[in-house]
Ligand binder design. Structure first.
Ligand code: PHE
Length: 453
């Protein structure tokens, strides 16, 4: 370890605030919004869960987003050195290290699922999906996910796309693509929304989605809502620290964080409505799981007028959402390799991607005839459970404790006020970072360890 050489600071910057907000929103909006949120919400009391989700965003998610952005901008460094530069020779660097590790592991299986999405997008282009009923689509999904090499192939393609974006750098790679992909994603989502919500019976579904059913609402719903917000906001793994490190001093962090939070919540709600309304329109039970994205939805979209186009629009939209999230994950690892290991960006990006691809191969093969197992589950689900139930909350907890108690709310507030002189919610923010986030996240962590999920 090159303890003597000072960590390098980031030498790149976002070109504009819009670019930063779109890239951060791109990181936030992903499979978590389109796939995870609708099914978790459906299982946990619909409207009751939606209310709780918004509440957790206000009290935990948005303040945590601001804390990570401020930490990143203040130190201008990758997550490991962000902690280490404020508390040298302490163990706090481990908290950043946990984030880099989590990004590494999450990307390895996220890319596998995104690879399935790409394969579906291609099938949609060729018109292969339309006309298949749910049984046939179930077979299509099993054939793809369980195939001996196709998942590995699509995993490689998706990683290559991610590399192509990240290798271009912060401004000319990540920001440029976010400015293209995010508006395209929203446009596709609106088209899908208009189409599905005008179906007969769809309105019932939308109403159902927003009607609280308190009987389905349990303590584990609280755990799931918090976990969902952390995963969806890309918190606890250094993404927002890294993105914040490329932010100029004059930018308004509270406002940017509010935009990102609002965009993420709005897209989750819209996606939730689309999914649930479609299920209702076809009189199907509301349930989640991989089948929702890869079996039920294509079956339904294909039965509507213009079904082929809608199916393609849907998978293109999901692929875009997944790509901007994967980009953020790879950037965390790349920033670490560039600043800490002194590698050139392109080399760092390619090297990280090759290692991540390698770790993803067992996940890609985990749904097949000879599945790879870990901790009593298939490899992909095991990695997902360990990272989202354990490593993310741990990372989120340590970041909040660090900002609230070690770095301290006063210096952090000075950083927030640098671009936002009239920031008014300072006391609420401080209380959230010092108490609300640590208590909530510690509870989630304990519940996760106790197996409440
Ligand atoms: N937020 C992304 C999603 O909801 C997932 C993600 C997690 C992306 C962590 C980046 C970092 O799908």
């Amino acid at each position: 370890m090159a303890a003597a050489s000072a960590p390098q600071a980031a030498d790149e910057q976002w070109g504009s605030r819009v670019g930063f907000v779109l890239a951060s929103a791109g990181s936030a909006v992903g499979l978590g919004n389109i796939w995870r949120f609708p099914s978790v919400a459906a299982d946990n009391g619909g409207g009751a869960f939606v209310l709780l989700f918004l509440f957790v965003i206000l009290l935990v998610g948005a303040p945590a987003l601001m804390a990570e952005m401020a930490l990143g901008r203040h130190t201008r460094r990758n997550p490991v050195d962000a902690f280490a530069s404020l508390r040298p020779r302490s163990r706090w660097a481990l908290a950043g290290g946990l984030g880099v590790l989590a990004s590494f592991v999450i990307l390895s299986y996220y890319s596998v699922i995104a690879g399935w999405v790409l394969a579906y997008a291609l099938m949609a282009v060729r018109g292969d999906l339309v006309g298949q009923d749910a049984t046939a689509l179930g077979q299509t999904y099993a054939n793809l996910a369980g195939h001996p090499w196709r998942p590995v192939f699509w995993h490689a393609i998706f990683m290559a796309m991610t590399v192509a974006v990240v290798a271009g750098g912060v401004r000319r790679g990540i920001e440029r693509w976010a400015k293209i992909l995010m508006p395209a994603l929203v446009a596709l989502l609106v088209v899908l929304g208009v189409r599905t919500l005008t179906l007969d019976a769809a309105r019932e579904g939308a109403v159902w989605f927003f009607t609280p059913r308190w009987d389905l609402f349990t303590w584990s719903s609280v755990v799931r809502a918090t976990g969902q917000v952390f995963f969806s906001f890309s918190l606890g793994m250094g993404v927002m620290i890294t993105y914040g490190s490329y932010l100029g001093r004059a930018e308004d962090i509270p406002r940017s964080a509010a935009y990102v939070a609002a965009a993420d919540a709005a897209i989750a709600l819209l996606a939730g409505m689309i999914v649930i309304a479609t299920l209702f329109a076809f009189g199907l039970p509301v349930q989640g799981g991989p089948g929702l994205l890869f079996i039920t939805l294509p079956a339904l979209l294909g039965r509507m007028p213009l079904g082929a186009a809608l199916t393609l629009a849907f998978f293109a939209m999901v692929a875009m959402a997944a790509l901007t999230s994967a980009v953020a994950l790879l950037e965390v690892v790349a920033a670490f390799a560039v600043q800490r290991l002194g590698m050139a960006r392109r080399r760092a990006v390619v090297a990280a991607a090759v290692l991540i691809f390698g770790l993803g191969v067992p996940s890609a093969l985990s749904q097949g005839a000879r599945p790879v197992h870990l901790l009593g589950r298939d490899f992909l689900s095991a990695l997902d459970a360990v990272t989202s139930d354990l490593i993310l909350p741990l990372g989120g907890l340590s970041t909040a404790v660090f900002v609230g108690w070690v770095w301290g709310v006063e210096p952090a507030l000075r950083e927030l006020r640098a671009g936002s002189p009239r920031f008014r919610a300072a006391r609420v923010w401080a209380a959230s970072v010092r108490v609300v986030i640590p208590v909530t996240v510690a509870g989630v962590l304990a519940a996760g360890l106790a197996g409440v999920r």
